[in-house]
Write a protein that binds this ligand. Structure first.
Ligand SMILES: NC(=O)c1ccc[n+]([C@@H]2O[C@H](COP(=O)([O-])OP(=O)(O)OC[C@H]3O[C@@H](n4cnc5c(N)ncnc54)[C@H](O)[C@@H]3O)[C@@H](O)[C@H]2O)c1
Length: 445
């Protein structure tokens, strides 16, 4: 890779923002800096493009790439990598299937043909596809594999000097969390951006609500509740010729080493909102859960329900629940209760100073990329790495507590736990399924 060329191209990317109008990022992920946004006119020369590589070409990765292109002018889809050829091919097809009038916020409706520049030589397959994408002349990478691989991929991207958009969650165990924090610190020193796929942090109505909570509109926070209770998700039948590794990768949601379990994979969104509103991480937690309905071997070794009590500084207690079970009441939300009012994530604030957000609600999956790209071009890159690592750790703690039956302190999980999930080497072949955890028997590591 030509570092000199990259450097001057990146300086140009930065400089091209100086003519543009200001966009406020106040309230984003606790970030209070003011960055300049870009205007279409700043991209006339074409040499200020931001080339983006995609690592993990599944549903969200493909959507995130399209969201990124839609968010800002001057984005080029430049390289793609996946462990499986069919997933890579499917993603290429979806990105090329551009629907300018489409309204699928999540999957993004493809990209205009003129920004798709991924010839066969920049399409990579295998466990080392991430290294090959990173080794291209891209400026930024989107990391959207199952979360197990995030620490390794983030480290490689930051070492190579790439800006990063990474999907949540960002690890599945405390060892991975510590690695993400280390990479985020290096990114800070290198002025590289890291934005995480916790899109609520970039969503207008959430930003307005949390601003008011921080302004004291609900008084002192005394408690909170958060939920991700839903039905079931997809799974894939084993096909002839699939090794254990391939089967687990294709059904990654159901293997704790790959997904972190659904408390980490999904509920991290809601826990992150609570951490944001309270402005702190929990001090400790006590969780429970089990595998009551989804018991067949096709569901690997994850639980189907969890309930966790998190305790924050000053004794503030937050109850958290998540469930993946068909035929039950669904609820995906957060609530924060204060001495003078309550913040309900969807309805607004009730109490002494009631408030309802009725402004525009642009697609947060696009907004997060707009904020990321604007921050890169302003030369003041956002860095959400530590924050999302901490929120992910909170979800991991809840899982560890439920799996073992043991109460757990944040500091212990962050600094002392040696838990590292998954095989030592990634190769297609035999791979035993770790038995389902049993509280009271599964050891705390
Ligand atoms: N922010 C959100 O609202 C949101 C929504 C959905 C998913 N996600 C997150 O996005 C990530 C991906 O989820 P998804 O729904 O796209 O799953 P997916 O299964 O559709 O895609 C994952 C892709 O990664 C590939 N992959 C697996 N291991 C790999 C490796 N080692 N190297 C390269 N590629 C690899 C898979 O083959 C697959 O194509 C997860 O972390 C998930 O939690 C976030």
């Amino acid at each position: 890779m030509n570092d000199k060329k990259n450097l001057s191209r990146r300086s140009f990317i930065k400089a091209s923002a100086t003519t543009a109008a200001g966009v406020s990022l106040v309230g984003l992920a606790g970030c209070t800096e003011q960055v300049k946004s870009t205007s279409a006119g700043a991209f006339a020369s074409g040499s200020d493009k931001i080339r983006v590589g995609l690592i993990g070409c599944g549903g969200r990765g493909t959507g995130a790439m399209a969201n990124c292109v839609k968010s800002s002018p001057g984005i080029e889809v430049y390289a793609m990598g996946d462990v499986f050829q069919d997933r890579l091919d499917g993603s290429v097809k979806s990105l090329k299937n551009y629907k300018p009038d489409g309204n699928n916020a999540y999957s993004g409706n493809g990209v205009p043909p003129e920004v798709f520049n991924v010839p066969k030589e920049r399409r990579f397959v295998g466990f080392d596809a991430f290294e090959k994408v990173i080794a291209t002349d891209c400026d930024m990478v989107i990391l959207a594999t199952p979360p197990h691989f995030r620490p390794q991929h983030l480290k490689a991207a930051i070492e190579a000097g790439k800006h990063v958009f990474m999907e949540k969650p960002v690890a599945v165990d405390p060892v991975g969390i510590r690695s993400v924090i280390e990479s985020s610190n290096i990114a800070k020193r290198k002025s590289l951006a890291i934005v995480a796929g916790t899109q609520r942090r970039h969503q207008k109505h959430y930003i307005e609500l949390i601003k008011r909570v921080k302004n004291g509109d609900i008084g002192d926070i005394v408690s909170g509740q958060c939920y991700w209770n839903m039905g079931t998700l997809w799974s894939h039948k084993r096909q002839p010729g699939w090794s254990d590794m391939e089967y687990q990768l294709r059904n990654w949601l159901y293997y704790t080493w790959l997904s972190g379990d659904h408390i980490v994979e999904q509920h991290v969104h809601n826990i992150d909102v609570i951490n944001w509103a309270i402005g702190a991480n929990p001090v400790k937690c006590m969780g429970m859960g089990g595998r009551q309905v989804r018991t067949e071997p096709i569901y690997g070794n994850v639980f189907d329900h969890f309930a966790v009590e998190f305790e924050y500084p000053n004794g503030v207690k937050v109850s958290s629940m998540c469930r993946q079970t068909k035929g039950c009441t669904n609820n995906v939300s957060e609530r924060v209760v204060g001495t003078k009012g309550t913040m309900h994530c969807d309805e607004g604030i009730t109490g002494a100073r009631p408030y309802k957000y009725d402004g525009p609600n642009p697609n947060p999956y696009v907004e997060e990329h707009a904020h990321l790209i604007a921050s890169i071009r302003s030369g003041r890159p956002l860095n959400e790495g530590k924050r999302i690592a901490e929120s992910t750790l909170c979800a991991i703690m809840g899982r560890m507590s439920a799996y073992t039956g043991r109460a757990m302190k944040f500091d212990w999980a962050m600094n002392a736990s040696k838990l590292k999930l998954g095989p030592d080497n990634y190769e297609f072949g035999d791979l035993e399924t770790v038995p389902v955890s049993v509280p009271g028997k599964t050891p705390l590591i």
